[in-house]
Design a protein around this ligand. Structure first.
Ligand code: PEP
Ligand code: MN
Length: 338
């Protein structure tokens, strides 16, 4: 971090600042120029409050050289993290497909879809039990019953399960969930991030629809700072001026994240586009961009789905997507799934 000190500054205030920085365990390099003085901070500056420093009278500007996230930073952990979700590996040269309906609707529905997606190559089953809906009058999910049905589908098919948590009050209900999803709307619910981190369970952290890559990695840092290592990032599109698609899939995030972090990345083309017919091309593009996997919404009867029918593919469409993805994997440095 570099702090530019104003030309006209109070020496006492400058010495106070240098003393404070040293107390944070950092070394300070002061170079005095004719127009301004520059303080170079050496060491781990992730705990320095940049806004606080910026607000000081003697400070002209502050520039971060090092990213504010540490545990998620590839600089301090060069190898890819491979997250083990109840035996299913995510990251490295693995490519992992998560599939299932937006919401669990009935025992027959979830078990039927689970069997179909497993046959096509999915390794994890997704299904919403607690649903974050824009309207309080929309279907809110089967809640506890939804979790029970997911566990039944897991017992029946052997597929580990992924489902979204929305409240710290529900942590105990999620004890048998293999991968806890934190949704886009909760990416910056810091109390939830900390509590989920304490469980030490693998977490699928979706990107908030108006959040930067750095903010997303800072949220991963919240989970990891509780001692949890197993965070999987999920790009699900961001909100832009383009109304044709539900969101805009930010695929540049994939190669950027590969530089910045060692954590695996899953892409969700279903929420990114909102349109079932776009799921296949966006899935293939995600493989090309370097994603470690996909999360795809699959429904047996999309027109009658209780949530997100328009973006849900049918099991036979999912089968076709998985086969095409499989063909691309070797040229993208990934092991084939079929
Ligand atoms: C979901 O995965 O069903 C979901 C609600 O996603 P998001 O948080 O990305 O909107
Ligand atoms: Mn959905």
């Amino acid at each position: 971090m570099i702090i530019i000190i104003k030309k006209e500054h109070d020496e006492k205030q400058l010495n106070n600042l240098i003393g404070w920085v040293k107390k944070q365990g950092l070394e300070v390099d002061l170079s005095e120029g004719s127009h301004s003085s520059v303080l170079g901070l050496i060491g781990d500056t992730s705990k320095i409050d940049i806004d606080l420093v910026r607000s000081l009278d003697i400070v002209e500007s502050v520039k971060r050289i090092q990213e504010p996230f540490k545990l998620a930073n590839r600089k301090f952990h060069p190898e890819d993290t491979i997250v083990d979700v109840s035996g299913v590996k995510v990251g490295g040269d693995n490519f992992t497909i998560i599939a299932g309906p937006c919401s669990v609707e009935s025992e027959k529905q979830i078990i039927g879809i689970a069997e179909a997606v497993k046959k096509s190559g999915a390794k994890l089953l997704r299904g919403g039990a607690f649903k974050p809906r824009t309207s309080p009058y929309s279907f809110q999910g089967l809640r506890e019953t939804g979790l029970e049905l997911l566990l039944k589908a897991k017992a029946e098919t052997g597929l580990p399960i992924v489902t979204e948590i929305m409240s710290v009050r529900h942590i105990d209900l999620f004890k048998d969930v293999d991968l806890i999803q934190i949704g886009a709307r909760d990416m910056q619910n810091y109390e939830l991030l900390k509590e989920v981190g304490k469980t030490k369970k693998p977490v699928l952290l979706k990107r908030g629809f108006a959040n930067t890559i750095e903010e997303w990695l800072m949220s991963a840092e919240y989970i990891m700072s509780e001692g949890s290592k197993d965070v999987i990032l999920c790009e699900r599109g961001i909100r832009t001026f383009e109304p044709y698609t539900r969101n805009t899939l930010d695929l540049s995030a994939a190669p950027v994240l590969k530089e910045l972090t060692h954590l695996p990345l899953i892409v969700d083309p279903s929420h990114a586009s909102g349109l079932a017919r776009l799921v296949k091309p966006l899935s293939l593009a995600s493989v090309g961009a370097g994603a470690d996997g996909l999360m795809i919404e699959v429904h047996n009867d999309p027109p009658h789905a209780l949530c997100d029918g328009a973006q849900s593919v049918r099991p036979e469409q999912f089968d076709d997507i998985a086969k095409s993805v499989n063909n691309m994997l070797p040229i993208c440095g990934k092991k084939q799934i079929l």
